[in-house]
Ligand binder design. Structure first.
Ligand SMILES: Cc1ncc(COP(=O)(O)O)c(C=O)c1O
Length: 435
């Protein structure tokens, strides 16, 4: 198989269909085949040795390289503007591999507090047990708070472009300036925004992660995660140490920074951390990921349009106390939406139904079209009550600090006909109001 023409000069819509594709010469298959193979045959004794030492590039075992994955990896790297990418078993696996690749026992991560609840639980439970501590910034716009929390042990800064459920958008460029000042890599979870809305590397991020389970795959069928290497971070020049990247791999050998340059992080994760942890993705899932990405811009345009219609409608509804959506001019995050997200705020947001927990329960149980379920970024619209589900294990004080009230409902707005979504919400809000 020869690689396809370089597609980097094409527009976003063309790259989401063609970037990274291969010209399959055996049969002329136009769609990337699903290479369901655990390992790869060597031509000779010498090739086996060279593949293992890395003297010759090529597959050895599907835990770190697979031809189906490679197409998805090149495509996502192209859309995000990175030097390379790695797909893994889930978004959670992507975050784990990247951050534990950078920080070890006795070291720290500084993160915004309103990140995805599962990531908070990962940090506070499992990372903490391994000796990696997370410090949480409450107001990402407050530089003094970042300065207070960043210490000599801080090895990475972690933020999400569009946190959910509160839709409290983050200004990546402002945080990138803080990260650069301290020579700490900035890792951005771009799951909810997707590269259609914002490309964090263009705003100074050093690596991007996704739960590609969500909008990138798009149809709610398969889990996957991805890590994109921004390629610009100066690992050797940082005031922090990143020995996995900067130390010689063995006596007399070069470091990954020396041998791989702008793709050192990708190499470190692919052949080191991801390979060791073994959070491998099925090629079936990376095939579904590729298929999903091909329509990303079309789906996102409809997700955004529907979310904006639904949020404005909810905002005017008497049974709704408030709407947390940065697309609304009244939102405290509207300026960031306008300056950094082209006036949009994604399609995952929250609103508070009057009547507290009882009102929320009546609303939830009356839904017919909108699915009662966790997950986000599906073509189907979904609703969830965070206080009793995703945030149930948080203390009442922490829920209050995060603004997760008893009447709060999270919506992930799909691509259905907007009027049908509004009719379903209207019926459910009428049920909530009828005590
Ligand atoms: C923003 C964000 N990051 C990461 C994850 C974890 O991804 P996964 O469920 O694919 O492990 C999720 C899942 O909901 C998410 O919403």
């Amino acid at each position: 198989m020869g690689t396809h023409d370089n597609t980097d000069e094409y527009g976003f819509d063309t790259r989401q269909v063609h970037a990274g594709e291969v010209d399959e010469r055996n049969h002329g298959a136009r769609i990337t085949p699903i290479y369901l193979t655990a390992a790869y045959r060597f031509d000779s004794f010498a090739q086996a040795e060279d593949r293992f030492t890395g003297a010759e590039a090529g597959q050895v075992y599907s835990r770190n390289l697979n031809p189906t994955h490679e197409v998805a990896e090149r495509r996502i790297a192209s859309l995000e503007g990175g030097t390379g990418a790695i797909v893994v078993g889930s978004g959670q696996a992507a975050i784990t591999a990247l951050l534990l690749g950078l920080a070890g026992a006795g070291e720290r991560i500084v993160s915004t507090a309103s990140i995805y609840s599962g990531t908070r639980i990962l940090f506070d439970r499992t990372f903490a047990r391994l000796g990696v501590a997370a410090d949480y910034v409450r107001d990402p716009a407050d530089e003094a708070e970042w300065e207070r929390l960043i210490t000599a042990q801080t090895k990475a800064i972690f933020v999400e472009t569009i946190p959910n459920p509160k839709n409290d958008l983050v200004d990546v460029a402002a945080i990138a300036r803080i990260a650069r000042r301290h020579t700490i890599p900035l890792i951005v979870d771009n799951t909810v925004a997707t590269p259609y809305l914002i490309r964090p590397i263009e705003h100074g991020a050093d690596a991007v992660v996704h739960s590609s389970t969500k909008f990138l795959t798009g149809h709610g069928a398969a889990l996957s995660g991805v890590i994109v290497d921004g390629g610009r971070f100066d690992w050797a020049g940082s005031t922090r140490s990143y020995p996995g990247l900067t130390d010689p791999l063995a006596a007399g050998r070069s470091s990954l920074v020396e041998s791989h340059g702008a793709r050192a992080l990708e190499a470190y994760l692919r052949f080191g951390i991801v390979n060791d942890f073994g959070a491998a993705l099925s090629p079936v899932n990376s095939f579904l990921l590729q298929q999903g990405i091909e329509t990303l811009s079309l789906r996102m345009a409809k997700h955004l349009e529907n979310a904006e219609i639904v949020a404005a409608w909810l905002d005017a509804h008497p049974a709704v106390e408030s709407v947390d959506f940065a697309g609304l001019p009244t939102s405290a995050y509207h300026r960031i939406a306008q300056e950094r997200f082209g006036g949009h705020a994604g399609s995952v947001f929250a609103f508070t139904v009057r009547g507290g927990r009882d009102g929320a329960e009546r609303f939830f149980d009356a839904l017919r079209l909108i699915s009662r379920m966790t997950n986000i970024g599906d073509v189907r619209s979904m609703a969830l009550h965070p206080a009793t589900t995703t945030h149930a294990s948080f203390s009442a004080e922490e829920r209050a600090r995060l603004g997760i009230g008893d009447g709060l409902i999270r919506l992930s707005v799909g691509i259905e006909t907007a009027a049908d979504l509004i009719a379903d919400l209207d019926r459910a809000l009428a049920a909530a109001a009828a005590s």
